[in-house]
Design a protein around this ligand. Structure first.
Ligand SMILES: Cc1cc2nc3c(=O)[nH]c(=O)nc-3n(C[C@H](O)[C@H](O)[C@H](O)COP(=O)(O)OP(=O)(O)OC[C@H]3O[C@@H](n4cnc5c(N)ncnc54)[C@H](O)[C@@H]3O)c2cc1C
Length: 316
């Protein structure tokens, strides 16, 4: 879409230069598809272009991984295959590709759209939000006057297309800590249609082999995180979900009714609980949804949602 109200494109990463009517331009896959009238009460007049920021997309250290806000989805997808990442042997890197795959788009979109743009768009189905929240990521945010603050990604998104950024603030990077990357993880994701947007996306993490962190995204308007000292029982997990997610926090749009999202949240959360409660690779576990290898290699469950779970939406 043409952004025909734009008067200037300014290459900068300096929040001091931001003024009313400006938007940060990253990959532009949202800006150029929504148009310049969709971002507030007045049309956008300038784009502050991050294209020449020159930020290193991915930095790996013993402390974890730093993703620049300008890291593209394509760059993130290649991360687990890099020698540096392989040598760290972090199990939670297994989440990277399923999360990228949850961003169902062509290579053209993957090559342009950024991790930061995904967080700042703040859609419930933002898979980079799921990944970074699920791994206890911390966002670094730059403000005018050289100020900087950090916010847990799980709290960065505050609602459907809403986040904690003040006007003009710039998301600089996301830090994923080695402690979370070292954890065993489980992933479940469902869409109502083949190649559809995520309706439910849950990530489980077993920290230190004992405590469970469950991050619910896509089903809810903002990420919801539940923490347990030990893997709970089925009823305790359901009780915790009851308490953490009120009915009106489930998202409602064309990609899924709240009642379906709620049912699938409980179902997939229980699958994750069961998967992480037993030793890795235990046979006979149920794996619904997309993109996560079945524990039992003989069991073909990928794409299961298209065959079975949609029936639940229809009340079967
Ligand atoms: C086919 C297709 C499928 C898609 N599927 C999904 C999907 O499943 N889930 C989903 O969430 N989105 C989806 N999108 C939307 C979009 O592509 C992604 O959210 C993408 O990650 C946005 O990144 P971008 O770099 O292109 O953002 P841009 O378009 O450049 O920016 C988006 C918004 O974020 C702001 N912004 C960008 N970077 C920063 C920063 N560093 N600091 C502060 N503000 C910033 C911009 O000002 C703008 O308001 C899809 C788009 C297409 C075309």
């Amino acid at each position: 879409m043409d952004m025909n109200t734009i008067e200037a494109v300014v290459p900068t990463t300096d929040p001091e230069q931001w003024r009313d009517g400006d938007a940060w331009l990253a990959g532009g896959t949202v800006l150029f598809s929504y148009g310049s009238l969709a971002f507030g009460p007045r049309p956008l007049t300038r784009l502050l272009d991050l294209g020449s920021a020159g930020w290193t997309p991915v930095t790996i250290t013993a402390e974890g991984i730093d993703l620049a806000a300008t890291c593209t989805v394509a760059e993130l997808y290649s991360l687990p295959g890099t020698p540096d990442a392989i040598s760290r042997n972090w199990p939670a890197l297994d989440l990277v590709r399923p999360c990228c795959d949850s961003f169902v788009a062509s290579f053209k979109v993957w090559n342009m759209s950024t991790v930061g743009g995904n967080l700042c768009t703040s859609l419930p189905a933002g898979p980079m939000i799921s990944l970074c929240a699920g791994l206890d990521g911390t966002a670094t945010i730059l403000g005018p006057g050289g100020t900087s603050r950090t916010v847990p990604v799980a709290q960065f998104v505050t609602g459907d297309a809403a986040n904690c950024l003040a006007p003009g603030e710039l998301l600089r990077s996301i830090h994923l800590p080695a402690s979370a990357l070292s954890a065993r993880v489980a992933f479940r994701r469902l869409s109502l249609s083949n190649l559809g947007r995520s309706g439910v996306l849950l990530i489980g993490r077993l920290d230190g082999g004992t405590s469970l962190v469950l991050t619910v995204t896509a089903a809810t308007k903002r990420p919801v995180q539940l923490r347990f000292d030990a893997v709970p029982g089925t009823d305790a997990l359901a009780d915790a979900l009851d308490e953490a997610i009120p009915a009106d926090l489930y998202h409602n749009d064309i990609h899924g009714l709240p009642a379906w999202r709620r049912d699938m949240t409980y179902r997939l959360a229980e699958e994750i609980r069961a998967e992480l409660a037993v030793p890795e690779g235990a046979p006979g576990l149920r794996v619904s949804g997309d993109f996560w290898p079945p524990p039992d290699p003989g069991q073909d469950v990928r794409g299961h949602h298209a065959r079975g779970l949609n029936a639940q939406q229809e009340g079967a």
